[in-house]
Design a protein around this ligand. Structure first.
Ligand code: AMP
Length: 302
């Protein structure tokens, strides 16, 4: 079936309900994005299509999560290519609303606050970013709720799942906390990071890197890979050498590089650097490469 584009919440609800009815569906998947889609987003869409009868993707560049108006203005917008990519993955419906549709009264008075978890790491460099991101995710999750009263799973409402990339580990952890703390009726599915063949994590911002900067940016994934190999081999995590690798690259200004608990994102005890690594953790990295801020992470497990 050809993909359908809608721009209002009313259309989204009507079309979503129609599709669930037509397909006699018992599950709906939601894939929130800001557009400028690449293979990372395609992986989210594919996971959603595999696991749900009806899949809605959203494309919305959310002003509330941008501290910097210039950054917001120059965020890439590529709607036609995005629709083609989503159609190829089998997405049914795309919701690409205007700013006025999402925030009809201007800036919302009541917002989601991301608490301590939203103030560290990315939150420390981008104050208010996660409050803005969670506020729009809350709204998108509500917009995408499968219509009540339509063909449901035996004994209940249709299943509802939303897909987020592990690439944005802090966002994923925060969305999970919001959904748990505020009892949203949705399962959050995390999808592994998709990388270019040379290891660079795909990001809509990579297009702003010059050739030299793109080459320099490879130290981020290389440093993470070093820690991953250490963890898998149950060796101490040598964060210092991995950081030194990043700092040896003059085009890269390291912001943070830490091994943290995957849920609380609190740094792990220092002794993971000296004693053999056991357990589950996340290595987080952020750096400015030329003018572009990049983030990456890798799950550590042994
Ligand atoms: P964005 O459009 O950047 O807001 O991203 C939309 C969703 O795609 C978020 O859940 C991101 O975590 C996810 N995403 C972005 N890049 C990747 C990637 N390289 N691999 C997997 N997911 C990604």
């Amino acid at each position: 079936m050809a993909i359908k584009l809608v721009t209002t919440v009313a259309e989204l609800r009507a079309e979503g309900a129609l599709l669930l009815g037509l397909k006699q569906g018992t599950s709906q998947g939601l894939v929130p994005t800001m557009g400028a889609l690449h293979e990372g987003h395609a992986a989210l869409a594919r996971a959603a299509v595999e696991q749900n009868d009806v899949v809605v993707a959203t494309i919305f560049v959310n002003p509330l999560q941008f501290g910097d108006a210039v950054d917001l203005d120059r965020y890439p917008r590529t709607l036609d290519a995005d629709l083609a990519l989503l159609e190829e993955q089998g997405v049914d419906l795309v919701f690409a609303p205007s700013v006025e549709e999402v925030y009809p009264g201007g800036q919302p008075l009541v917002r989601v606050t991301s608490g301590q978890l939203g103030e560290k790491w990315e939150g420390a460099s981008r104050p208010g970013h996660f409050d803005g991101a969670l506020t729009v995710v809350a709204k998108l999750l509500h917009y995408g709720l499968p219509a009540a009263g339509l063909p449901a799973a035996p004994g209940g409402l249709p299943a509802y799942r939303a897909y987020f990339g592990q690439k944005d580990a802090q966002q994923l952890a925060l969305v999970r906390r919001m959904v748990a703390d505020l009892n949203f009726p949705v399962d959050i599915v995390g999808v592994p990071t998709v990388r270019a063949a040379d290891g660079l994590a795909l990001s809509s911002r990579n297009r702003f890197l010059s050739d030299d900067e793109r080459e320099a940016a490879l130290v981020l994934s290389r440093a993470l890979r070093l820690l991953e190999q250490r963890a898998t081999a149950r060796e101490p995590l040598d964060v210092e050498s991995a950081s030194a690798l990043v700092e040896s690259q003059p085009l890269v200004a390291l912001d943070y590089f830490e091994v943290v608990d995957p849920e609380t994102l609190e740094p792990l005890a220092e002794n993971c650097r000296e004693t053999p690594f056991r357990g589950e953790a996340l290595a987080l990295i952020a750096a400015k490469v030329g003018p572009v801020r990049l983030i990456d992470n890798v799950p550590l497990s042994s």
